[in-house]
Design a protein around this ligand. Structure first.
Ligand code: ZN
Ligand code: ZN
Ligand code: FE
Length: 747
């Protein structure tokens, strides 16, 4: 090519573009087209200098845009003319990294199609090798011990590469160029089946595990971010045994199938669900059942389904494992997921018949992500530690979240990174993960916590708040429900609009010291949010502990009802048959001992659940509300109960009297549940009408109820703003805390 025909361009690409194979991808495109120049990871994305004729350059930039690596997400793409330097080749340059790059480690990735082909190619040297990966796939966040992200700093450091692997690792044209966890059966880790004192290593281990599953055994299987407990979902005896051994009475089990084709056999999969099932996070997707599987999801019309994402899963199915596997996080009851081999051996000894132990260590636990038809419910594997929002703030902010469903957030250069699901901080182990995740994030994003603004919940007894205050003096206390509203605004980058916000959840510390949970706010991020209305206050005997027992909440709500409180004896008889706990709660109310004031919408759902027959204790958070939603879904639309909005209060008394009357008269409980859902929608719409704001924000755990959200969306259209990628439950609250802190003056 004559020099005078040459042009030179500079590309600057931002987004999730580091640690996802972007540089070798650019390199290959350049080399294929005979272009010269360089590519490097810059401070804020990928920088490219490229020289060639204009046609080739157009083709090159178009190819980058059109087919970026699967895990990459391009946020911006700038092209400028540059001076010609006369390079005679194209090279990958060392990173120019002074401080605080915006993306350092990407989330864990499912095995890619190219690797899958090799996995099942008998002529490939990695045939059936369970730790197969490449630049486009495999573990990332779950194997990083320290930065920078290269092999010596990952859990692969103990497995020196063989010559063949090293050649691939060092060849810029190879699809395993700088794939840090690259390995093969000659040099890398494998799987070991441990059973009754025996250890089998290699391909046989996986084949034997598959056979055990077919015979009804419970097998602990190490995945990317922790252990699962697996069994044949069609084997009711195995499923029941798993429930008994795990002390998990009713909470639904997640399922794993090989691919979306299999998923469609057991659940209804629409286009959006299919996208989720196949997305890089490979989350558990909640979908409507097509078949019955005894004991998998009692009293629910949905299954949580994910598709195989690690090579070991594909190998299990290939080896004849049952086509639908229960794949539930390996732990006892509600403890965090086990991820260390020794811990797993100890804690799962009484649960699993065998353990399929992977020899690659997991650096940190990363549970499966969960999504529903309305959005992300649990942001974890495949999502963490990615940014979920961009905030207009330059100094760093750490937000420590809430104590239930904890997750933390770190804002760096305006990017709000959301951690994996950490869990309930009352568990010592989860609290340990919480502290470690804060340390991890500060290290990953090069932030000095001593100089960071730290946002936390206003609850004085939350561990997450106490720890935030220990960490530093730059604290910002954020009221729980305002943080829920702000999480939606952050996600939409709606930093200016004044909105009407509904924060409905089970519990949160209110600024008057009472238990809030049915709150209506007006305001914006700069001026703050004023609580302008709320659920009519009720009493709650036993306080937050009442969340375990719907009848306890019912005692409090019915006690506050002018007429129903006179009929308290009615509720111990049919059809209500409230157990003795209800009478004990009434005693507390009458003596005014351990009685708290609440505006919790979650407890109103519990009250209705109790009236409709859910009179036992719950075995997992949100169970009673989910049960009422399930009932309502089984009914056609019916006329809603009244839920009048007056004097700044949503009054639940009329709907409770009607429910009591209808139930006594023998009306179908599914219809009652449906009419109750209609009432909630009606109440929200009445408040919307009373205040007349353009934008309506809803957030909080109650709005994981898809029936409510769908009906509100129909009524309000584009005016309704909800969470999509940030959980509306307390798992997303750290983002709201950080957002409010970012707008708090004089911070
Ligand atoms: Zn791959
Ligand atoms: Zn090797
Ligand atoms: Fe909440």
């Amino acid at each position: 090519m004559r020099t005078e025909d040459k042009e030179s361009r500079r590309l600057h690409i931002t987004g999730v573009v580091q640690g996802v194979g972007f540089r070798p991808f650019v390199y290959r495109l350049a080399v294929e087209r005979g272009l010269t120049g360089w590519v490097l990871n810059g401070e804020r994305g990928v920088d490219v200098h490229v020289e060639g004729n204009s046609e080739q350059l157009d083709d090159f930039t178009e190819a980058i845009r059109a087919r970026p690596p699967p895990a990459a997400r391009i946020a911006s793409f700038e092209i400028t003319a540059d001076a010609i330097d006369g390079f005679d080749s194209f090279e990958i340059r060392e990173s120019e990294r002074a401080h605080a790059p915006t993306v350092r480690v990407c989330a864990d990735l499912p095995v890619c199609d190219a690797c899958l082909r090799e996995l099942f190619d008998p002529h490939d040297r990695r045939y059936k090798y369970p730790y197969m990966n490449c630049t486009d796939c495999g573990p990332r966040y779950s194997i990083v011990r320290a930065l920078p992200y290269d092999r010596a700093q990952t859990t692969m450091r103990d497995w020196p590469m063989c010559d063949a692997c090293r050649r691939e690792y060092e060849d810029p044209l190879d699809r395993r160029f700088h794939a840090q966890p690259v390995a093969c059966s000659q040099c890398g880790p494998s799987y070991v089946l441990e059973r009754e004192g025996d250890r089998i290593r290699g391909g046989e281990a996986i084949a034997d595990a598959a056979q055990l599953l077919c015979r009804g055994a419970i097998v602990a299987i190490k995945g990317l971010g922790g252990y699962h407990l697996a069994c044949d979902a069609h084997n009711a005896t195995a499923v029941r045994a798993l429930r008994e051994r795990k002390y998990r009475k009713e909470r639904p089990f997640a399922l794993m199938v090989r691919d979306t084709v299999r998923a469609k056999e057991i659940v209804h999969v629409d286009a959006r669900a299919e996208e989720w099932l196949h997305s890089p996070a490979r989350p558990i997707v909640l979908l409507r059942q097509r078949v019955a599987l005894a004991g998998v999801a009692p009293e629910s019309d949905e299954f949580g389904v994910m598709t195989a994402y690690a090579p070991v899963h594909h190998l299990l199915f290939d080896a004849g494992a049952p086509p639908v596997l229960v794949m539930t996080s390996a732990n006892r009851s509600s403890e965090p997921i086990a991820y260390r081999d020794d811990d797993a051996r100890n804690s799962l000894a009484s649960i699993a018949d065998a353990m399929l132990v992977g020899e690659r260590e997991i650096a940190r636990r990363v549970d499966d992500s969960v999504v529903s038809s309305i959005g992300v419910i649990r942001h974890s594997r495949g999502h963490a530690p990615q940014a979920v929002a961009t905030l207009p703030v330059s100094s760093p902010i750490l937000a420590t979240g809430a104590d239930l469903k904890n997750a933390i957030a770190l804002v760096v250069n305006g990017q709000a990174f959301l951690s994996q699901h950490i869990g309930d901080l009352e568990h010592l182990d989860a609290f340990g993960s919480f502290k470690k995740t804060i340390d991890d994030f500060c290290e990953l994003y090069d932030v000095d916590v001593a100089e960071t603004l730290i946002a936390h919940d206003a609850h004085p007894q939350y561990r997450s708040s106490a720890y935030a205050m220990e960490l530093g003096e730059h604290g910002c206390s954020v009221q729980h429900h305002r943080a829920h509203i702000a999480s939606v605004l952050a996600e939409r980058e709606a930093f200016e609009p004044t909105v009407l916000g509904f924060a409905f959840d089970g519990t949160g510390y209110g600024e008057d010291g009472t238990i809030w949970g049915g709150e209506i706010f007006a305001g914006n991020l700069s001026d703050g949010f004023e609580r302008i209305a709320h659920l009519r206050p009720a009493l709650l005997p036993g306080g937050d502990a009442a969340a375990q027992f719907p009848v306890q909440a019912a005692a409090g709500f019915l006690f506050c009802h002018p007429e129903l409180s006179q009929m308290s004896g009615l509720f111990t008889k049919t059809p209500f048959a409230f157990p003795v706990r209800y009478r004990d709660a009434l005693e507390l109310l009458k003596k005014n001992v351990r009685v708290f004031t609440t505006t919790s919408m979650g407890r109103l759902f519990d009250t209705v659940a109790a009236l409709l027959g859910f009179t036992r204790g719950i075995t997992f958070e949100g169970q009673a509300a989910m049960w009422v939603e399930h009932l309502a879904r089984c009914s056609a639309r019916v006329a809603p109960y009244p839920f009048p909005f007056q004097g700044g209060e949503l009054d639940y008394c009329p709907l409770l009297s009607q429910i009591v009357a209808d139930r006594t008269a023998g009306r179908d409980v599914r219809e009652i549940a449906r009419a109750f859902h209609g009432a909630i929608v009606r109440g929200v719409l009445a408040a919307v009408e009373a205040f007349d704001f353009e934008h309506v924000v809803i957030s909080g755990g109650v709005f994981q109820n898809a029936l409510l959200v769908e009906e509100l969306a129909v009524a309000l259209g584009d005016r309704l703003w909800t969470n999509r990628l940030i959980p509306s439950n307390d798992g997303g609250i750290c983002i709201g805390q950080a957002t409010i802190a970012a707008f708090t003056p004089n911070r």
